[in-house]
Ligand binder design. Sequence first.
Ligand SMILES: [Zn+2]
Length: 126
Amino acid sequence: MTLKKLLLFGLSAVGLIYTMVLALNIYAVALTAADTEADLRMYAPVDDVVVVEWADLEAGTYSTCAWDGERYVIQLEAGLITTNPAVVRDALIHEWAHMLAWDDADTHDGLWGYHYAQAYSAVMEP
Ligand SMILES: [Zn+2]
C-alpha cells in the first residue's frame, strides 16, 4: 500500500468513525427528548394540547414555549440535536415548567421554579 493510499484509507476511516459517532449522538438526543417528553406528559401533565417540535430558532435561543390560542408549542433549537442529550432534556423541562406556570410565563420566579422542580423530578424520578 502506498503512502497516498494509506492516508486516504486513514482519512476515510476517521470520517466514517466521526459520522458514526455523530449519528449515535443524534439518536441519543432524539431518544432523550422523546423519553423526557413522555415522562413529562405522564408525571407533570398539562391540561391543554402540547406540541413539541424541532425548529430553527434565532441564535442564542435553545428553546421557546408559546400559546398559539389553541395549544402550547414548545420549540427546541434544531442545532441542539448534535449536543449533549442532557442539554435537550433540561431545555424541555425548562419550557414545560413555563406551561405549568403559564400565568407567569415571562418570568423565572418562584412559581416557575416550583414547577421546574416538579417537572425535573417527573423526569429524573418518574
Ligand atoms: Zn424560560
